[in-house]
Design a protein around this ligand. Structure first.
Ligand SMILES: Nc1ncnc2c1ncn2[C@@H]1O[C@H](COP(=O)(O)OP(=O)(O)O)[C@@H](O)[C@H]1O
Ligand SMILES: Cc1cn([C@H]2C[C@H](O)[C@@H](COP(=O)(O)O)O2)c(=O)[nH]c1=O
Length: 230
């Protein structure tokens, strides 16, 4: 049975890498896929992984109709055995419904990849609809880690390494400690540190270190940083 599968997680947990692996394995066996994305960091019409791999993709912007595109493609003699949609959190609910229709009416597997929640811990509309419509929701096996060593479950938006909680939901960007001054970046955190707005910079943690473990211990006063109230 064809399926709509949603691979969901935080930023930097390997979603795009997995999308490229699925594409590689299937095309190596003679299957033909169509690859879609929206707002990839590498630019329009690109699906890129932090491991350095990148492939061309069809940009599924606002108003793009997946079902109509597929029907046109097939009517014109094109072939498609499966479909990949990266950055699916940015899709509109109606576009996710089109993906579900492709599975049901055209009999194709659809693999969607996206982050679950935004920097304010709210579900993206595309992700919410995927949770509602997917046959399966899968977590990635490689866990992204918070600076404290715990599994990262939340995405923080940062400016100069400090977590911010105001701003537009969509700001394309990357996780990195080295953003130029004032530029928006992202950092993955555990819930505990997201709640306290404690990033690696504000916690004074350069790299994951045994000194910040065990996780149960209170944030060390050694760090000397003020902790925002809950
Ligand atoms: N230099 C590196 N060496 C090995 N693995 C890396 C390197 N840089 C990134 N990665 C891996 O790539 C993952 C991010 O992959 P990516 O597909 O770009 O994530 P996502 O699409 O979920 O944001 C990281 O979790 C890490 O496992
Ligand atoms: C948390 C959050 C993220 N984004 C953007 C930042 C990136 O461009 C993508 C996620 O890409 P990844 O391949 O999963 O790293 O989403 C955003 O616009 N708003 C947010 O709140």
């Amino acid at each position: 049975m064809p399926e709509l599968v949603f691979y969901s997680g935080t930023m930097d947990c390997g979603k795009s890498t997995l999308a490229l692996q699925i594409e590689h394995n299937r095309s190596a066996r003679g299957l033909r896929g169509l690859i879609f994305t929206r707002n990839d960091r590498a630019g329009e019409g690109r699906l890129s992984s932090r491991l350095g791999l990148v492939t061309e993709a069809i940009e599924a912007g606002e108003g793009f109709d997946f079902h109509a595109y597929l029907v046109r493609h097939l009517t014109n003699g094109g072939r498609a055995d499966y479909l990949i949609a990266d950055e699916a959190q940015f899709l509109a609910p109606a576009q996710v419904d089109q993906l579900a229709r492709i599975v049901d009416d055209l009999g194709m597997d659809v693999f969607a990849f996206g982050i679950t929640t935004d920097f304010r811990t709210k579900l993206f509309a595309g992700s919410q609809r995927l949770f509602e419509q997917a046959d399966r929701v899968e977590s990635l096996q490689v866990e992204a880690l918070c600076w404290c060593g715990a599994r990262a479950t939340h995405n923080a938006r940062t400016v100069d390494g400090h977590m911010v909680v105001e701003g537009a939901q969509v700001v394309v960007g990357d996780i990195s400690a080295g953003h130029p001054s004032g530029e928006v970046g992202y950092e993955v955190l555990c819930r505990r540190h997201h709640r306290r707005r404690l990033t690696a910079v504000t916690a004074g943690a350069g790299a994951l270190s045994p000194e910040v473990l065990p996780l149960e211990a209170p944030e060390s006063p050694r760090l000397g940083t003020a902790q925002p109230a809950d």
